[in-house]
Design a binder for this molecule. Sequence first.
Ligand SMILES: Cc1ncc(COP(=O)(O)O)c(C=O)c1O
Length: 375
Amino acid sequence: MINFWSYKSEYKRLNKKFLKSIDISLKRGNVFFGEELKKFEKNFLKKNRTKYGVAVGSGTEALIIALKSLNIGYGDEVITVSNTAIPTVSAIVNVGAIPRFVDTGQDYLMDYNKIQKLINSKTKAIIPVHLYGQSCNMDRINQIAKKNNLKVIEDCAQAQGAKFKNNFVGNFGDLGCFSFYPTKILGAYGDGGFITTKNVKLLQRIKRLRFYGIETTNSKSKYFNDYYAQENGINSRLDEIQSSILNVKLKYVDQNIIKRRKIAKYYLNQLKQTSLILPNENSQCRHVYHLFTAYHPKGSYIISQLNKKKIQCRKIYPHLIHKMNGYRFMTKRDHKNLQNTEKLNKGIFCLPLYPDLKIKDIKRIIFNLKKILSN
Ligand SMILES: Cc1ncc(COP(=O)(O)O)c(C=O)c1O
């Protein structure tokens, strides 16, 4: 069986380092907010060339905290896409706001030409999703946001290390939200997330919001380190065990992205003569290939045939969010405008791609895929 994703070979390679790092951290006696978290936050920000930020409990919580920190709540509208992961949208709904869906382009990313039409007096923010590992055009999105006085929260969950115009994602909007879900570019062995910002006031707010609303940054405050909520917050912590693992993995993330790009290049070369529509790296973008997507009108058939050959192949999001019962009714206004999103979703599928995928397995995937396409 060729797995769609697996951490087993990575764990075999790195387990001594993980266990040593966890052991050192647990012996220090801190479960939360200890040395490992401090080190991870510092090094993650350095790697991403971002000024400020904090780690949180998950990518979903990163989005919820980001929205709350911008005072987005009841009745506000937030523009995003329908072909994303559920949490992009559930975060909006969980703060009491209403998701508005803009259509996507051929690159599966938010079509910035269609954003303006959705903006009204209730619109407060845009959440561009750097889906599958490629950055949205942040120049265009920021222009629209500026013109209409909107906030921008980048959903970077799938795109850590991706670049737009030589700058890492998470540095373009008011806030950037990352996920360390295990399959992600930088994955923990559990849940985790991160919020980045250039704004020190927002930094203070997100720090409070992740810790029940308790002030932890201003040492002059009389409430410093006191169990006193300055405002209503939540609990969203990255623990020392996950931080220890991420501190080890952060050292390998650049080389893992190089490996991902190499595998993607190989797929692209080997499959370019087929009838598949392959992913494009947009100009001025550096794609990190969290997922390798292909499109074919017979996408579902191809998935089932590959699975029969013991090759796990998936449609990552089989249902668009605006078609799901949880969100269908509140987004009705936008349904008729999502034609490209719907068309692409019918034939999209993803091939296995992760840094430890072996070349012999990649060759087997390509061989079988070509055979299916030629029948
Ligand atoms: C685009 C996107 N946004 C948000 C999230 C939420 O991240 P998490 O699973 O860490 O809560 C994910 C991950 O599933 C994602 O892919």
